[in-house]
Design a protein around this ligand. Sequence first.
Ligand code: ADE
Length: 262
Amino acid sequence: MNFYVLTLFPDMIEQGLNTSITGRALEKGLLTLKTVDIRDFSEDKHKRVDDYSYGGGAGMIMAPGPVYRAHQYVEQYINARKRAAENTGAGIEEVQSINKKTRVIYLTPQGNVFNQSMALKFAGEEDLIFLCGHYEGIDERVLEMIVTDCVSIGDYVLTGGELPAMVMMDAIARLVPGVLNNDASAEFESFQDNLLEYPQYTRPEVFMGKAVPEVLLSGHHAKIEEWRKEQSILRTAKTRPDLLEKAELTKEELKFLRDYLE
Ligand code: ADE
């Protein structure tokens, strides 16, 4: 998985991603990251990238030119990279994808709200370009020309798209095979089947008078599975009833839920 980020704050992205699990994945080459500083593509003598809003208004708008040129640069970079892979005998898929337009994700509170199924969909791509805005946003014309997906990470407004891009890259990266030590696909996770994850415990068996639920010590795998599923259902019912509507439950699980709700 290759991440490309068009941003005014490349250091923020580099430092964030070069840490912890994504940092290790970058070292191993399971992920690559290239940040592109939009300011480098300004043709203004003071390297300005923003300007006043047509029609008036308080905030400044990112001008289309630098964003357009930064995107062109990154597209060319991706194609050159694919051609180099072709010459070193890379897989046929890589060669076939030369000149295929790479998805460009614009981070904006006006986008579709990010979720786990979007993360799964994006994890299937070979290359992803993230476009981070600042100030009051980016001139609409360049967005219409280059953006394929507008994504929000929630109903609140941040100062820029860098943190949302990092959130997305983290969620996508952990779905790339080998990034997590465990086999993530085999494990139950929150949002799988539209349920939240059950509670987890480790040693000691009793902590400040609070014991681990007995069923987990029983060694009875079927009972443990049943208990975990019930806990998932309860948690989801309490905090995310909207998700539960989409969950597929067995007859027994539905009865368990009804008994709880009564
Ligand atoms: N930029 C500012 N706020 C944002 C949000 N909530 N999601 C994505 N991009 C943003």
